[in-house]
Design a binder for this molecule. Structure first.
Ligand code: GRG
Length: 313
């Protein structure tokens, strides 16, 4: 039975405490991912097991949280929002699986477990990433994500742009070119900012605008969440650079210190640790400032903007 795109069912009572609210979303999105990625008893089962291994390994589920909370501002059906959030998390997970491959970042640890290619094998990990990416679009195109086909079409287009060569894939390409000395890439704050706005920022931005798209919000409200998502995405990445320098493998669930080991230019090498922290806080404050059009119903989005720069994992 398809879900309606707008509220036709009771909204769940939002938890007031951010940690509890994030845990609640994490559990809900994990369940939805499990429903959307059933493992059949057929020959192709291995690739679906690898998709489930990576997608159900936890993680902060920040993008689903942003998506479901911004959708709630416009009384979007919680189940529909969770469906789109699960699709977004599939794309995020695919990017991690492929980023961990030997041809890219070559990592052994992700979300506190062996990376997908370590647990299975390289070819299976490539196929698992491909499977997650394509399944995500199948899910968003299905009426369960929204009753209005024009809204589904807009979600697909926005998500493709965010994930593709003018978004995350393009940012990853620039990052690899810088790291491997392909072409003469500038390595100043402006260039690193643009690279991260594509690589990390675009999926976070999608998480913040999917709700207003689903809720057919006014251009003003959509623009506010767009600006919030843009600043938050960059704040998140700067905090990630800081954590790569200061965090432990146990807290992060991934290998720290990789940027320094690869001699990478990051916000920390450009601004110093304190300068990077200050810049992240400034962007977080700016993100919160964009929410002034909303009342207390946006308090969780304000709280998560602060969490993003103060987190330890
Ligand atoms: C392979 C097309 C392709 C893209 C890879 C996102 C990405 C692009 C690579 C990941 C490398 C990386 C560590 C980027 C820094 C920021 C980032 C996206 C961290 C991982 O996201 P979290 O912290 O992860 O939200 P969890 O596990 O909590 O979901």
């Amino acid at each position: 039975m398809p879900d309606s795109g707008t509220a036709s069912e009771p909204q769940t009572t939002p938890a007031t405490d951010l940690v509890a609210a994030m845990a609640e979303t994490s559990a809900a999105v994990g369940e939805r991912l499990s429903e959307l990625l059933p493992a059949p008893d057929t020959a192709e089962r291995r690739v679906i097991e690898a998709m489930r291994y990576s997608a159900l390994a936890g993680g902060k589920r920040l993008r689903p949280f942003l998506l479901t909370r911004s959708a709630a501002l416009f009384h979007v059906s919680p189940r529909a929002a969770l469906t789109v959030a699960a699709a977004l998390e599939m794309i995020h997970t695919y990017s991690l699986v492929h980023d961990d491959l030997p041809a890219m970042d070559d990592d052994d640890l992700r979300r506190g477990r062996p990376t997908c290619h370590r647990q299975f094998d390289e070819a299976t990990a490539i196929l698992a990433g491909d499977g997650l990416l394509t399944r995500a679009f199948e899910v968003v195109a299905d009426p369960a994500s929204h009753t209005d086909p024009s809204v589904r079409c807009e979600l697909v287009r926005e998500l493709a742009e965010a994930a593709g060569a003018r978004g995350m894939v393009g940012g990853q390409m620039i990052d690899l070119m810088v790291e491997r000395g392909i072409g003469a890439q500038p390595q100043d704050v402006a260039a690193i900012t643009r690279m991260h706005q594509l690589k990390t920022g675009r999926l976070i931005l999608f998480a913040c605008i999917a709700g207003p798209i689903m809720g057919k919000a006014s251009p003003k409200m959509r623009a506010s969440l767009h600006a919030y998502g843009r600043d938050l995405g960059l704040a998140f990445q700067i905090a990630d650079d800081v954590l790569d320098e200061t965090g432990s493998a146990q807290d992060l669930g991934k290998t720290p210190g990789k940027d320094a080991a690869h001699g990478k230019t990051t916000f920390v090498t450009l601004l110093g640790l304190d300068g990077a922290r200050d810049r992240a806080r400034l962007l977080s404050d700016q993100a919160v400032g964009h929410l002034e059009v909303f009342g207390p119903e946006a308090d969780m989005l304000r709280a998560v903007a602060r969490y993003v720069v103060e987190r330890d994992r």
